[in-house]
Write a protein that binds this ligand. Structure first.
Ligand SMILES: Cc1cc2nc3c(=O)[nH]c(=O)nc-3n(C[C@H](O)[C@H](O)[C@H](O)COP(=O)(O)OP(=O)(O)OC[C@H]3O[C@@H](n4cnc5c(N)ncnc54)[C@H](O)[C@@H]3O)c2cc1C
Length: 572
């Protein structure tokens, strides 16, 4: 019999968004709310610890920054697909989060006058990326984690994998969870759920993301009937270290790093004359791919085309002080010390602008479910996110989701009952069915075929034909999963089953990306359709909503909120 556990609120994910939500819910609950945080990895191993360069916020109005300027940078960066009411509200909330973290004890890097330091970042017209060296995410996570220790009403479920979200009559009931350590399978029922389960970049081969970014939260929500929004917009970060894809923070260009081609030319002068290396990521990634495709790049031993990131002119002191992680990663993973040699880089899959459709209050269309962080799409980033705006969004939306979930939980009397029969079927679907299959297919081959295909066909540039082929391949791979047999039968850390579940999630999310991209016959932000090389505001100034169906995504559209600026051509 599946164990039945009850909490008032369950938070799926312990990255910056999940921890911020937990803290806010605990604060509002004042000891009256029982909160669970479920994470498939050890809490502090969430991808957020990898965030490097900074968190955007307006802290210097007396020196020329303003909410309007941050809003404008974000809206222009988004290629006008961001909802402007959301942008304007969030940029006003961001500084409060920076100060709150400061009060909770984060070691922000400081200027010589003692004030919090900020560095330049791509697409921002003011230096507003607030940093803690180049380990910003690590220190943010550490601070949130430390602060959470104060609250006895938060229960942690580390290394516990959520497999499904249950709703009835449009209302949240609970989630099924597999404890990887003990093998136990249980149901957590609750009055409210916050999905903060991160991104899905691991569907690509060359990516900056941890192995755990497999889109579970998005896929579960999608199959539970919640729409995914604007999935076709995938961000490629211009400086993935060759050959691994490990990130070299944009902070390196913010600190003054140059991008050069095989002839040593700073090629960005051709693509973004005034912003150069600190133009938005979609523009820099396309510039790099153009240099590589037109023969002005270099080629690695593995056959990867690349350009170079030159930091030598910054000098050893600045590199050691402001970019120590970049240096360490360069030496360890590319055998290149950036003090003496340029680093080999190329665009790497880095972020999903899309995610679970939520409104300005982080609410999904299902009562009792909120979503925050990278698994959600609140339309702050539109078609292209500016660097340092994501951790910022995780903090603000995490806070809002935690607050809303807490208020909802306080207003509800009873926790829903466990739907016992459906939970039993889920347990069968997770453990038994994969033992009984023919075993003619192998999950690691399916996964690696998906990754190479996504790299090749759903990359920095796309065409309708490539996306058609991608869709066909995704459907073929999804069918082949039905013939995979789990390699072992244990329930304790069965990585074979885990990999099957994660691959199914990645394929479902990939299908929404490709279907959305195929339908969107325009070039906007990160969605660069070579066969439709212009932005088409007349027909496509709208958000895509993908609804799950067994036959494939059903697409609907919803308008963009334009409150301040009408779309104009993007020039940098
Ligand atoms: C290398 C790197 C550097 C970055 N640098 C910056 C930066 O400088 N500035 C910036 O703004 N942004 C940066 N980003 C982006 C930013 O870090 C992320 O978008 C953000 O941290 C995502 O946080 P999150 O809370 O949404 O999810 P994550 O931190 O990814 O956490 C996801 C959580 O969900 C849990 N989870 C997932 N699936 C399940 C499941 N099935 N069951 C239970 N739990 C589950 C995981 O265990 C984890 O706890 C960077 C990203 C990377 C990869």
């Amino acid at each position: 019999m599946t164990r039945d556990i009850a909490h008032d609120i369950v938070i799926m994910g312990s990255g910056i968004a999940g921890l911020r939500a937990a803290l806010e819910a605990a604060k509002i609950g004042k000891g009256k709310l029982d909160i669970a945080v479920v994470s498939k990895v050890q809490l502090m191993r969430s991808h957020s610890v990898c965030a490097e360069g900074g968190t955007a916020a307006v802290l210097r109005s007396e020196e020329g920054d303003s909410f309007d300027l941050h809003s404008w940078d974000t809206v222009r960066g988004s290629d006008f697909l961001a909802d402007q009411d959301v942008v304007s509200h969030f940029v006003q909330e961001l500084p409060k989060e920076i100060i709150q973290l400061d009060h909770w004890g984060i070691p922000w890097s400081r200027r010589s006058d003692g004030r919090i330091a900020q560095r330049p970042f791509g697409g921002h017209s003011f230096n507003r990326a607030t940093l803690a060296q180049d380990k910003t995410g690590f220190f943010e996570m550490q601070t949130l984690y430390d602060t959470l220790q104060k609250y006895a009403d938060v229960t942690r479920y580390d290394e516990c994998y959520a497999t499904n979200i249950f709703t009835e009559n449009g209302t949240f009931q609970g989630i099924t969870v597999w404890d990887l350590n003990t093998g136990e399978f249980f149901f957590i029922r609750a009055k409210a759920l916050v999905i903060a389960a991160g991104g899905a970049c691991r569907m690509f081969g060359f990516t900056t993301y941890s192995l755990t970014a497999t889109g579970d939260g998005m896929a579960m929500a999608y199959r539970a009937g919640l729409p995914l929004k604007d999935m076709e917009f995938v961000q490629f970060h211009p400086t993935g270290l060759v050959p691994t894809g490990i990130l070299v923070t944009e902070g390196a260009r913010g600190e003054g790093g140059y991008l050069i081609n095989r002839d040593g030319d700073r090629f960005m002068s051709k693509y973004a004359e005034s912003k150069m290396e600190t133009a938005p990521r979609d523009i820099v990634s396309r510039a790099e791919m153009t240099e590589i495709e037109e023969g002005r790049g270099l080629t690695s031993a593995e056959g990867l085309g690349f350009v170079q990131l030159d930091l030598r002119h910054l000098g050893a002191n600045r590199i050691n002080e402001r970019l120590p992680l970049v240096r360490e990663v360069g030496i360890k993973f590319a055998f290149v010390d950036p003090i003496y040699e340029p680093l080999p880089v190329r665009p790497a899959a880095h972020y999903f602008m899309g995610g679970i459709h939520v409104d300005i209050n982080a609410a999904t269309p299902v009562e009792g479910i909120w979503a925050a962080g990278e698994s959600a799409c609140v339309s702050f980033h539109g078609a292209n996110r500016l660097g340092s705006n994501s951790t910022a969004e995780c903090l603000v939306v995490g806070r809002i989701a935690g607050e809303q979930a807490a208020r909802h939980a306080l207003s509800q009397k009873a926790i829903p009952e466990m739907p016992a029969e459906r939970v039993r079927q889920e347990e069968y679907a997770v453990f038994e069915q994969f033992q009984q299959r023919s075993g003619s297919e192998d999950i690691s081959s399916i996964l690696s075929e998906m990754r190479s295909m996504m790299d090749a066909k759903v990359g920095v540039f796309r065409t309708g034909q490539q996306l058609e082929e991608a869709l066909g391949k995704i459907r073929e791979l999804r069918e082949r999963v039905n013939y995979v047999k789990a390699a072992e039968s244990t329930r304790v850390y069965n990585t074979s089953i885990l990999s099957i579940l994660e691959t199914i999630n990645l394929l479902d999310v990939a299908e929404a990306i490709v279907a959305g991209g195929l339908a969107r016959t325009e070039w906007r932000g990160s969605h660069a359709r070579r066969d439709f090389p212009k932005r088409d505001d007349e027909n496509w100034l709208k958000h895509t909503l993908a609804y799950y169906s067994p036959e494939g995504p059903r697409l609907k559209y919803t308008p963009v909120n334009i409150t301040m600026w009408k779309p104009v051509e993007r020039k940098y």
